[in-house]
Write a protein that binds this ligand. Structure first.
Ligand SMILES: [Cu+2]
Length: 456
């Protein structure tokens, strides 16, 4: 007898071969339901190219996957299972979350404008749940607000949601029952509706991810659900740097990045090397005449922004939240600032008790990026990651857009680090320096006085 737990944990080994499997238990216990696809790993799953029906270019869910469907009498059927999951936030750190079909975040649902969808939701949680389809236009009774639209789905039961997809765009799904707890535990996913006309807003690479946040004490596994603002893990699709997969793009591809925000604060997502235009919100497509150029786009709470660019600049380009605390992993926020402090006296004293003691952070905190500090189990350093040229000193909401020549369509594998062409990389200067203009406060003051004297 193979338990579901075995299926989940066995996946880590043969990850690349098959990212999606079908769990035996659901097929036998729910004969009339579509099979329950189950994701085993936190690696980015291959997009699912449509084999029947209208053509579309499938999205790539960063460190996530797309939910397979079946078609029954012209209706697209999906099966989501709400359940406790173990999610690897990064190599060396696992969180005990709630999610869908074996993972948090849940799989991306992908369909086409004009489709009728039937989404079965099985509740394997210890309490009731619902799913709200954020941004979709649908009948009131399908809107998933527990108690308002319909009763909550009790543990062990399956509800069916059914509606027509009347518009294309980028939407989200999440519980609207004990919402604070269930979202803090990682329950959320994306819902992509492709345009009926495959040439409308067509791109070559279409990335999608959700921003989410957890408060998990170092050495523990379960998020603190009562935290309102002071989260210590800022994630994309329940994944943190250095283990968020890169966004791999072939030069001259038209690329789109869709970012949803189901945290409790905004995230200004900044991408280096390019300017771009916001082409879609969770309300719909932005007409060309209403767009303006950006290099950072604030993703509001409970909102989605998709931006597009032509990938003409080769390189490794950082993409990250511009709130600098959101590109850090777990850390205490009540640590004193020691910049400029003289710790030599106290160091001498402490070393009498603990000879290997090292004073830290008197010149900044970059020493944290290279230190091999002993951490509690199941904890990732505050700032970490190693690039071609040294420590990257980041964490949390950070990844790299990798634009390369001649990447095959459909290939999202990491091409490694970019080799800067000769003469295009900043390096130490050993020649003569121009005289540096100095304007310190005293001089400013003198200049002001002189100018004042001249006037009188
Ligand atoms: Cu942020």
């Amino acid at each position: 007898m193979v338990s579901r737990r075995d299926i989940l944990s066995a996946g880590a080994a043969g990850a690349a071969a098959s990212l999606v499997s079908t769990s035996a238990w659901s097929a036998t216990t729910n004969q009339s339901l579509p099979e329950t696809p189950l994701k085993r790993t936190s690696k980015t799953g291959s997009p699912i190219t449509p084999t029947s029906g209208p053509d579309y270019n499938p999205v790539v869910t960063l460190n996530g996957w797309t939910l397979p469907h079946r078609i029954k009498n012209g209706v697209k059927e999906f099966h989501l299972v709400a359940e406790p999951v173990e999610r690897e936030l990064a190599d060396g750190m696992t969180a005990y979350l709630w999610g869908y079909n074996g993972q948090s975040t849940g799989p991306t649902i992908e369909a086409v404008e004009g489709d009728r969808v039937r989404i079965f939701v099985t509740n394997k949680l210890p309490e009731h749940t619902t799913i709200h389809w954020h941004g979709l236009i649908l009948p009131s009774g399908m809107d998933g607000v527990g108690g308002l639209s319909h009763p909550g789905i009790p543990p062990g039961k399956t509800f069916a949601y059914e509606f027509d997809l009347t518009k294309s765009g980028t939407f989200m799904y999440h519980p609207h029952a004990d919402e604070m707890v269930q979202m803090a535990m990682g329950m959320m996913g994306m819902f992509i509706v492709h345009p009926k006309d495959p040439n409308f807003m067509r791109v070559d690479r279409d990335f999608v991810f959700l921003t989410n946040a957890y408060d998990i004490d170092p050495g523990t596994y379960v998020p603190r659900i009562m935290t309102m603002t002071d989260f210590n893990l800022w994630t994309w699709n329940s994944r943190i740097f250095p283990d968020i997969d890169p966004l791999v793009i072939s030069r001259n591809d038209r690329a789109r990045v869709r970012v949803g925000n189901l945290t409790m604060t905004n995230h200004p997502i900044h991408m280096h090397g390019y300017d771009f235009e916001v082409t879609c919100t969770d309300g719909g497509w932005v007409p060309p005449e209403a767009r303006w150029p950006e290099v950072s786009i604030d993703i509001p709470v409970g909102g989605m922004r998709a931006f597009e660019f032509d990938a003409v600049h080769l390189g490794d380009w950082a993409i990250h939240c511009h709130k600098s605390h959101h590109t850090m992993n777990a850390m205490g926020h009540d640590v004193q600032t020691y910049i400029g402090a003289d710790k030599s006296g106290v160091t001498k004293k402490i070393r009498q008790l603990q000879p290997e003691y090292m004073p830290m952070s008197t010149a900044g905190m970059a020493d944290m990026g290279v230190m091999e500090m002993e951490l509690p189990d199941n904890t990732i350093p505050m700032m970490t990651g190693w690039g071609k040229h040294g420590p990257i000193e980041m964490g949390g909401m950070f990844s790299v857009v990798k634009v390369r020549e001649g990447i095959q369509s459909g290939d999202y594998s990491d091409p490694g680090w970019y080799e800067n062409p000769p003469g295009t990389e900043a390096a130490e200067w050993t020649g003569d320096l121009p005289e540096a203009p100095i304007m310190n406060n005293a001089q400013t003051h003198i200049t002001k006085l002189e100018n004042g004297n001249k006037k009188s």
